[in-house]
Design a binder for this molecule. Structure first.
Ligand code: HEC
Length: 215
């Protein structure tokens, strides 16, 4: 009698943990094939961690400068995400602080998978996408690289880059494209980081040349 009750409760616990485990693996893993440091991982750190006043070269946290590969690698143990503080603090919800934009599940998985791959300083892993539609190319580019510092009233330089009209207007006097090309006399963007890929800069240039289509 005792045995059957025990067996039953063991079976129950076993089923429960298999269920919990499978739930967890669905929720916490997102496939991110061909993760590339420059194009996929760096923008997450620049946009969500290197925001002005936080983890960039001019901030009080300059010991942890997350605007470039060398700085990020100080907190990464290649192949071991759970021993990499830059990842564990994000995974357990300690960083970014609660009142800053949080990482999406896809962004967390991107970082984790890149560490598992050995955290290489890789670039140009994806072929250049020559499209330049606003919704498919320009807006996602701004979301990925810029809006961490360019949202709302506290936006860098007063430029909010979250809507079509604002992004278009930001190119007054070529300031948007000039900031990406690191032209002199215009603040180089993304601030504190290297230039975007030639492919991304060309997409913005093509969109401007085509007359800012809102497509
Ligand atoms: C880490 C924060 C940060 C990120 C990321 C960032 N910016 Fe900025 N941006 C700023 C700040 C702060 C200013 C105000 C000028 C300054 O301090 O250099 C600014 C100014 C600008 C200006 C005005 C430049 C001028 O000289 O008039 C443009 C245009 C701009 N940003 C576009 C972008 C674009 C496009 C991206 C994404 C590719 C981007 N920024 C990413 C912080 C950032």
């Amino acid at each position: 009698m005792l045995n059957t009750t025990l067996t039953k409760s063991f079976t129950f616990v076993f089923i429960l943990s298999v269920f919990a485990f499978s739930q967890q693996s669905c929720v916490y893993e997102v496939e991110t094939p061909n993760v590339c440091f420059q194009e996929d991982v760096l923008p997450i750190f620049v946009n969500k961690c290197a925001v002005t006043g936080c983890h960039n070269a001019s901030s009080f946290q300059k010991r942890l400068d997350f605007s470039n590969y060398e700085g990020i690698m100080k907190e990464i143990k290649a192949k071991h995400p759970m021993q990499s503080e830059a990842y564990t603090e994000i995974a357990n919800g300690e960083m970014p602080p609660k009142d800053y934009p949080q990482l999406t599940q896809l962004e967390k998985s991107t970082i984790k998978n890149w560490i598992r791959m050995g955290a290489p300083n890789s670039s140009n892993c994806n072929t250049c996408d020559s499209t330049f539609t606003f919704s498919g190319r320009i807006k996602p580019l701004m979301d990925k690289w810029c809006i961490g510092c360019h949202t709302g009233t506290a936006a860098g330089g007063g430029y909010d880059l979250t809507s079509y009209t604002n992004i278009k207007n930001a190119n007054n006097n070529n300031r948007l494209i000039g900031s990406l090309q690191h032209l002199s006399g215009i603040s180089a963007m993304p601030k504190g980081a290297g230039k975007l890929s030639d492919c991304d800069i060309k997409a913005v240039q093509d969109w401007i040349d085509a007359g800012y289509p809102n497509n």
